[in-house]
Design a protein around this ligand. Structure first.
Ligand SMILES: CC(C)(COP(=O)(O)OP(=O)(O)OC[C@H]1O[C@@H](n2cnc3c(N)ncnc32)[C@H](O)[C@@H]1OP(=O)(O)O)[C@@H](O)C(=O)NCCC(=O)NCCS
Length: 181
């Protein structure tokens, strides 16, 4: 499938419902059997729209970007800002990165990561970390983008222990596309 023509831009207030939709659909595609079902069931469009509207309106510590196709509308989202754990030696962090499952593998993830790095750079940051569920296939995506496994931890989510892995970029540069296979 060919890559999509996409614009990566700051999210606007009217995007909140679409950001929430992409976020929920990607969670429901990625996390069954990985995260507790109670957590997945607890996510509602109304609740997530309110959460993302608040983040978009402040565009403060957490900045929100969307990937928009003129044909399909919003197909991905990402949010980023200062690293939450300073002890790792990375100043920037990508907090979320989700693509609509109907559009996986068409370049949206790479474009969003590039946009996120550019936003971190504008905010004065020079490196980046991403925490992912240790059993999430996104780790292969991060490695393809030049990220290196730098730390592991267990987090508590709704009473369950969740293994997490951190990927780091010492400079805000993505690996180039792999040669045509
Ligand atoms: C992970 C995710 C963001 C990747 O986005 P995407 O739009 O599918 O990725 P792209 O099409 O931009 O792919 C970029 C590169 O990564 C590689 N890649 C993507 N997913 C991969 C995977 N699961 N395994 C191996 N490589 C992968 C692609 O082959 C591509 O390589 P190339 O540019 O050299 O051709 C997306 O699949 C997603 O939202 N997944 C579910 C949610 C999630 O796990 N988010 C991360 C939370 S921490």
């Amino acid at each position: 499938m060919s890559n999509l023509a996409l614009q990566i831009r700051l999210a606007r207030q009217e995007d909140a419902a679409n950001v929430a939709r992409v976020y929920i659909e990607s969670w429901h595609d990625t996390y069954p059997g990985v995260l507790p079902n109670s957590l997945l069931r607890a996510m509602t469009l109304k609740g997530q729209t309110a959460r993302w509207r608040a983040a978009i309106c402040s565009q403060g510590r957490e900045m929100v970007l969307v990937a928009e196709s003129s044909r399909y509308g919003i197909v991905g989202m990402t949010s980023m800002g200062p690293a939450r754990d300073n002890g790792l030696g990375f100043d920037g962090e990508i907090y979320t990165l989700y693509v609509d499952p109907s559009f996986y593998g068409r370049g949206a993830g790479r474009s969003l990561l590039k946009g996120a790095f550019s936003t971190l750079r504008k905010g004065g940051m020079s490196s980046c970390v991403i925490w992912a569920h240790a059993r999430n296939h996104a780790r292969f995506f991060y490695e393809a983008m030049g990220g290196r496994l730098i730390a592991e931890r267990t987090a508590k989510l709704m009473g369950e222990t969740v293994p997490e892995a951190a990927f780091g970029w010492r400079t805000l540069a993505l690996a180039e596309r792999s040669p045509v296979r």
